[in-house]
Design a protein around this ligand. Structure first.
Ligand SMILES: Nc1nc2c(ncn2[C@@H]2O[C@H](COP(=O)(O)OP(=O)(O)O)[C@@H](OP(=O)(O)OP(=O)(O)O)[C@H]2O)c(=O)[nH]1
Ligand SMILES: [Mn+2]
Length: 179
């Protein structure tokens, strides 16, 4: 087997173990790992991305934010470049929510190309997930607010990947959200 495939499988397994006790917020409490795998798949199948580091960073993108994983751990196992991409897309959960959300909007244009790709696919997955079903406890207004905020973030990511951006713009259009 090629070493690239081995690395990809190692990364999927690492992320699955880290997210093993976490569930999505949908009524079925879907295993959380469906999300990072889906984000990586969007990049590969819809974005045409073959850069292994980007596909790995997508698989790992919520491990530090949502589990006990550290950047040092990611760097030791997957190398400096993958760890850095994950760092760029990781929110500081110690900050108040409104501040975190504002930081994403302000930081998006300054991210590396690789991090921008992960951010585009993350938003595309989450917006599709909101169209599929409403997370437990979310009102229709909160869903719409997420679309409005996501459009602000995506605005700062434009010029990164035409296929992913086209699909995101269509989702905003369907919600009458300006970008
Ligand atoms: N649409 C949807 N999202 C869910 C679900 N379960 C968990 N999430 C996660 O919830 C986050 C969005 O919810 P918010 O209330 O806005 O954010 P918060 O969890 O960071 O406070 C996303 O985090 P994220 O991936 O880190 O991205 P981001 O929104 O922070 O950029 C998303 O992955 C679900 O069933 N549907
Ligand atoms: Mn995510």
């Amino acid at each position: 087997m090629s070493s690239e495939l081995q690395i990809l499988l190692e990364t999927i397994n690492f992320s699955a173990e880290k997210h093993r006790n976490q569930r999505r917020k949908d009524p079925d409490a879907t295993p959380y790992i469906n999300h990072p795998i889906g984000v990586s798949r969007i990049l590969s199948h819809e974005g045409g991305i073959t850069d292994l580091q980007v596909l790995q960073a997508a698989l790992l993108h919520d491990t530090v934010e949502d589990t006990d994983t550290t950047f040092e751990e990611l760097e030791a196992i997957f190398g400096n470049k993958v760890a850095r991409i994950v760092q760029e897309v990781t929110d500081d959960k110690t900050l108040p929510k409104h501040e975190r959300k504002l930081l994403q909007v302000n930081h998006a244009p300054h991210c590396s190309h690789q991090a921008k790709l992960v951010k585009l696919a993350d938003k595309l997955y989450n917006l599709r997930d909101l169209n599929r079903c409403t997370p437990t406890g979310w009102t229709a207004e909160r869903v719409q607010e997420y679309f409005v905020w996501a459009a602000q973030v995506v605005k700062g990511l434009r010029g990164t990947n035409a296929a992913l951006e086209e699909k995101l713009l269509q989702l905003f259009k369907e919600r009458d959200v300006d970008i």
